[in-house]
Write a protein that binds this ligand. Structure first.
Ligand code: SF4
Ligand code: SF4
Ligand code: FES
Length: 533
């Protein structure tokens, strides 16, 4: 392992890495060792075009760009001396010579590297009076992205992203010298499943998403770490929240899970939080045969009475449970305990599948199918057969994926049951056959853990409070357990305590609970994890 010295501090680094890579590997880049950079990105090839990352390497007469200088044992680097400082000032001045400086109307303001670096490494005054280069504003690049050519600093991160990550290559730079501009190739739209990542990696306000631009100033947002629930990959995200409203999802770096990317569909899935078809209150089927609004206590009492009546009449084995692959491990663990407490082990989870790709998107269109399986939930086939064969009288159903054509298809089989208890966040045909309906929370509205396709358990923390009545599935099931008088159900629902109990009693989760998980998650015992990408 080569040892390098940066500003008097020794670092042991991996061989074969560039200076920026080596410092990034150690987690000290811009976090103790400040080498500003524009064109370099940890997950893209080296461009070496912006020249902002220049440093002094002892023994080499000219300043070197840290993004393209391989580390060597004994290398001594200076990042703060006057030569380096003057070089950075020169680069910043050059980049700003033609910049429109329209920060007050630029949506990147507040999270713009040109602002940040101009403040930290630039000079306070402009030395030019000449008009700035004019270029196209508000260029519609495709369904998701708008370009402001004047703001572009030609770092070509977006160009390399499209070529190297989705492999679609829609973007290029055209023209020469100070007439060079970024654009799409003629007749081609920027339109791929990962297109919105270009707005994240654009260091300035040249590329912005149509969805987020002008919605809110970024400095009003709290960025809460979370996990995308669009598929089983479990991409790490920041949930941008202000005034108890989610404004956006952006990717959070996790090299094992999603590197620094996320797909467009997952990014837009935040809209499910405020969708018009959310269930917003408890309801109980009344004497008229219709579902009628009811307080939570009534819903719990009626659900418990119906389940107890069925169990007393025919034995608990006629009660079945369908977990949801959208629910947390803690929700599902509570459902397993409830079913076991009643005396039935018939627990299955339907997981809807769809399109996958080789980059991030997984076929399972739910975040926690692996968690459900690790907690003992089976494929739904046998439980569905039992219902169709008349071997079930009551069902507790989480979510509505059971209605997918690959499982029940419709509500006819459930309609024959004596009792259906539904816990869901959204309206569906299941309401037609449910006897008690509980409104549940979206993943952004509760805390817990999710297990991705590779067995990585990741925590989610509540980002917003629902504006209507709604509960974590685990809380409803916990109250139901109390109403049924089952052992182990007492006191208030505490998701952290449930998580600890799960870690104690389920061998696969040993040592993994909500309170002890770090930001990168931990892999279930017996799972291989994703491996480094
Ligand atoms: S649009 Fe942004 S990411 Fe693309 S080259 Fe210009 S500054 Fe770089
Ligand atoms: S790949 Fe899956 S988890 Fe990742 S952003 Fe897309 S939908 Fe979300
Ligand atoms: S980051 Fe090194 S030249 Fe741009």
């Amino acid at each position: 392992m080569p040892i390098i010295t940066v500003d008097g501090v020794e670092y042991e680094v991996a061989a074969g890495r560039t200076l920026l890579q080596a410092l990034d590997d150690l987690g000290v880049l811009m976090n103790g060792v400040d080498i500003p950079h524009y064109c370099w990105h940890p997950k893209l090839s080296v461009d070496g075009s912006c020249r902002l990352c220049q440093v002094e390497v002892e023994g080499i007469p000219k300043l070197q760009i840290a993004c393209d200088t391989p580390v060597k044992d004994g290398m001594v680097i200076h990042t703060k001396n006057d030569r380096v400082k003057r070089a950075r000032e020169g680069v910043m001045e050059l980049l700003l010579v033609n910049h429109p400086l329209d920060c007050p109307i630029c949506d990147q303001a507040g999270e713009c590297k040109l602002q940040d670096y101009a403040y930290a490494y630039g000079v306070p005054h402009s030395r030019t009076k000449e008009p700035r280069r004019a270029a196209k504003k508000r260029v519609d690049l495709g369904p998701t992205i708008v370009l402001d050519q004047e703001r572009c600093i030609l770092c070509r991160r977006c160009v390399r992203f499209c070529r190297e990550v989705p492999g679609t290559g829609e973007l290029g730079t055209f023209g020469r010298g100070d007439r060079t501009v970024l654009d799409t190739f003629p007749g081609i739209a920027l339109d791929n499943d990962y297109s919105m990542n270009v707005a994240d990696i654009c260091p300035v306000g040249a590329l912005t998403t149509k969805d987020f631009r002008f919605k809110i100033r970024t400095w009003f947002l709290d960025e809460i770490p979370g996990v995308c629930t669009g598929c089983a990959n479990g991409c790490n995200i920041f949930i941008g929240v202000a005034n108890n409203k989610v404004y956006r999802y952006v990717p959070r770096r996790n090299d094992a899970v999603n590197q620094t990317w996320m797909c467009d569909a997952g990014r837009m899935s935040y809209k499910e939080i405020e969708t018009a078809d959310r269930l917003t209150g408890v309801s109980v089927r009344g004497p008229s045969g219709a579902l009628e609004p009811a307080p939570l206590s009534t819903g719990i009492r009626v659900a418990a009475e119906r389940l107890r009546r069925v169990a007393d009449a025919k034995g608990a084995s006629v009660i079945v449970g369908f977990g949801s692959a959208h629910a947390t491990n803690e929700d599902l663990f509570t459902l397993r305990r409830l079913l076991s407490g009643l005396g039935t082990e018939a627990a299955a989870v339907p997981v809807v599948t769809g399109k996958a790709d080789a980059l991030l998107v997984k076929a399972e269109k739910a975040a926690n199918g692996s968690g459900a399986r690790a907690l003992g939930f089976a494929e739904p086939g046998r439980v569905i057969e039992r219902i169709r064969g008349g071997g079930a009288d009551a069902a507790i159903v989480l979510g509505h994926d059971l209605l997918d054509a690959s499982f029940l298809g419709d509500t006819a089989d459930l309609a024959r049951l004596d009792t259906v208890i539904l816990l869901d966040s959204r309206r569906s045909d299941l309401e037609r056959v449910a006897h008690v309906v509980f409104p549940t929370r979206h993943a952004a509205e509760k805390s817990g853990t999710l297990t991705n396709h590779a067995g990585r358990v990741q925590r989610i923390l509540q980002a917003v409070e629902p504006r209507f009545e709604s509960y974590a599935d685990g809380e409803v099931l916990h109250r139901l357990g109390i109403a049924l008088g089952l052992a182990g159900f007492e006191g208030d629902y505490d998701v952290r305590a449930v998580s600890r109990e799960m870690a104690r009693s389920v061998p696969a989760f040993a040592g993994i609970d909500l309170g002890s998980l770090g930001g990168e998650g931990a892999v279930l015992a017996g799972s291989k994890g994703e491996g480094e990408r």
